[in-house]
Design a protein around this ligand. Structure first.
Ligand code: SAJ
Length: 436
């Protein structure tokens, strides 16, 4: 039976009986938790990825990424024969009733969205796509990309008509790195299909497989717009707090005290200033919308300005270090600065677009010696620095300590200990508003 002809009950029955095969293209940060939860829901799942090492690891029941409780789930579904990985996307397409595309869609150096992986995934899918199947795009893309890039590739290479011979929908990922499985099983999903049937089947699939609420939207571009709006809302509000943090610092006002007091108002949404905005999502997502704006001659200025404000924060922190060193009679040159935390956010082993990198390069350019400690990367090398194995080793003989990531370990620093190891008089910069 073709998935596009099933009603919700038939879909649910076939899923639970293992009569549905789901293909997930791109088995990384989002794809791997996705194959795990769909396999756990009863589906037969094939995960396709161009990275042979990832494919072989999964087929051994291993998990190449770091997500809570994912290791056990992958091992379980692989041993139960519910999940197989392959590098062969065409075969995955041939055997799948639904194909979920989770390939990376980064922005390149010039901040232009790079859809090369999306294009090659869709070209491969089109060489195996069966009549009556469904293609769902989870990767974050500009509004209109599914309609103007994905659909034509699938139609041209299959000779089939999207909406009639196969379904197409967008269901943008809403995973929170470090909590992905939890969110996959609890957070509502947003789904927009190229026609009502595509929306209906895609929504039913997520509802029965993940057991979550599904919000149906008019079309893929609306679903993509919702995802981008969520993240851009966050990026712009963080930029506002960064902007106010710099102004209030000059006015001798504590921004954290202001935010915590403002949060007592019923419709204030708290965001916090810091050394910058990193990760795979926020630094990239605004550029998807800016690109679409350029095409229609309207640039959302506040979206672009927010990126500039957030990207200037590392430089601001370097300035704070210089001021702090001067306040204890030292200069950057010949000083040693200890950086606490290099990941882009607390509690995750991920340095993608971390704002700590430009802090390190900025300090070194000024002649400072830099040591680093991060609980997730002990003794490893990043940004040409060998990270220390302990916090104490990093702060030994240091002239300035900079807290850049609010890891749990840094929530209750022992300043007496720090003072003993430091090269007094020394300074401390809290670049994440952690320390009272
Ligand atoms: N940040 C601030 N101030 C804040 C909040 C965050 O400076 O008030 C910084 C963080 O330190 C980090 C960056 O912004 O460097 C991004 O933070 P994030 O919490 O948004 O972390 P991400 O990138 O893992 O965000 C993901 C996003 N999920 C998706 O795109 C599907 C985001 O939409 C989620 O809100 C976030 O997870 C989450 O917390 O769930």
């Amino acid at each position: 039976m073709k998935i596009m002809e099933m009603n919700e009950t038939e879909l649910s029955t076939n899923l639970k009986k293992g009569k549905l095969t789901i293909g997930v293209i791109g088995v990384g940060r989002v794809g791997l938790p996705t194959v795990a939860v769909f396999a756990d829901s009863g589906a037969k799942v094939v995960g396709a990825d161009s990275n042979r090492d990832v494919v072989e690891a999964i087929n051994r029941g291993e998990t190449p990424i770091d997500e809570p409780s994912l290791k056990e789930l992958i091992k379980h579904v692989v041993q139960a024969g519910k999940l197989k990985a392959t590098t062969d996307v065409v075969t995955a397409a041939k055997i799948s009733d639904a194909l979920i595309v989770c390939v990376p869609t980064p922005v390149d150096e010039s901040k232009k969205p790079d859809y090369s992986s999306m294009k090659s995934a869709c070209q491969a899918i089109s060489r195996g796509l069966r009549n009556g199947s469904l293609v769902i795009v989870e990767s974050t893309v500009s509004p209109n990309t599914v309609e103007s890039l994905v659909v034509p590739i699938l139609e041209d290479n299959t000779g089939m008509q999207a909406g009639k011979d196969f379904g197409v929908a967008s269901c943008p990922e809403r995973a929170d790195p470090g909590n992905i499985l939890f969110h996959l099983k609890t957070s509502p999903r947003i789904v927009g299909g190229i026609n009502a049937k595509s929306t209906e089947i895609a929504a039913a699939l997520y509802k029965v497989a993940l057991g979550v609420q599904v919000v149906k939207l008019a079309n893929p571009k609306t679903a993509n717009a919702v995802k981008l709006t969520e993240n851009i809302f966050r990026d712009v509000n963080i930029a506002l707090m960064n902007e106010l943090a710099i102004l209030y610092e000059k006015l001798g006002i504590d921004i954290i005290e202001v935010i915590n007091a403002a949060a007592t108002k019923w419709n204030f949404v708290s965001h916090y200033p810091g050394v910058g905005v990193g990760g795979p999502c926020l630094p990239a997502n605004p550029y998807y919308l800016i690109q679409e704006g350029q095409k229609v001659g309207y640039i959302p200025h506040i979206v672009r300005m927010a990126r500039e404000v957030n990207d200037r924060m590392p430089e601001h922190v370097v300035g704070l270090v210089l001021e702090a060193l001067n306040s204890v009679g030292k200069t950057a040159k010949d000083s040693k600065v200890a950086i606490l935390g290099i990941t882009y956010k607390p509690g995750v082993r991920d340095v993608q677009n971390t704002p700590v990198k430009p802090v390190i390069t900025g300090l070194r350019r000024l002649g400072a010696k830099v040591s680093c400690y991060d609980p997730f990367f002990k003794n490893q090398e990043f940004f040409k620095i060998k990270l220390e194995s302990t916090l104490v080793d990093a702060v030994k003989e240091t002239d300035c300590v900079v807290l850049c990531t609010a890891h749990d370990e840094f929530q209750a620093l022992n300043f007496n200990e720090l003072a003993k190891s430091a090269h007094k008089p020394a300074a401390f910069i809290d670049a994440r508003g952690v320390v009272d």
